[in-house]
Design a protein around this ligand. Structure first.
Ligand code: DQA
Length: 149
């Protein structure tokens, strides 16, 4: 059975393509999902790619991943900077997590420099656009292959 990685996206990321293209590029969420699916297939991973504008829904998905998925790639969007609840849910999932941001949050407003997720993540990738998601998937593919052998 292929390892299963949950790829989660937080609020406003459904607006990709039209939302602040200078910051986030012209790729839509569907384009991003497609690129992730291609990367996953190339690396023998199964992925579930999801987006929500509702914090509780994201938390429910993280809870449900425990024992069902092998890893989580998450772009929590603005909740990165506000949500202890999402951090706690990720810890409770007992899964390895990579935090991804399309933009380089450290080059932006000071309120984006704080992340409640970074200190519990395996790694953080920001500023590389959609490539960051693919790098995260590559990492998990390698890591999960090593675990399987
Ligand atoms: C973001 C950065 C966040 O600060 C912002 O609120 C987002 C997107 C990114 O991918 O660069 O919604 O997570």
């Amino acid at each position: 059975m292929k390892p299963l990685v949950l790829v989660l996206n937080g609020p406003n990321l459904n607006m990709l393509g039209t939302r602040e293209p200078g910051q986030y590029g012209r790729e839509t969420l569907a384009d991003l999902a497609q690129r992730c699916a291609e990367t996953a297939q190339a690396h023998g991973l199964e992925i579930e790619f999801r987006q929500t504008n509702h914090e509780g829904e994201l938390i429910d998905w993280i809870h449900a991943a425990r024992g069902r998925c092998d890893a989580i790639v998450i772009n929590p969007g603005a909740w990165t900077h506000t949500s202890v609840a999402i951090r706690d849910a990720l810890v409770a999932s007992e899964l390895p997590v990579i935090e991804v941001h399309l933009s380089n949050v450290h080059k932006r407003e000071p309120f984006r420099h704080l992340s409640f997720v970074s200190s519990i993540a395996v790694g953080v990738i920001c500023g590389l656009g959609s490539q960051g998601y693919r790098m995260a998937l590559n990492h998990f593919a390698e890591m999960l292959r090593e675990h399987a052998t």
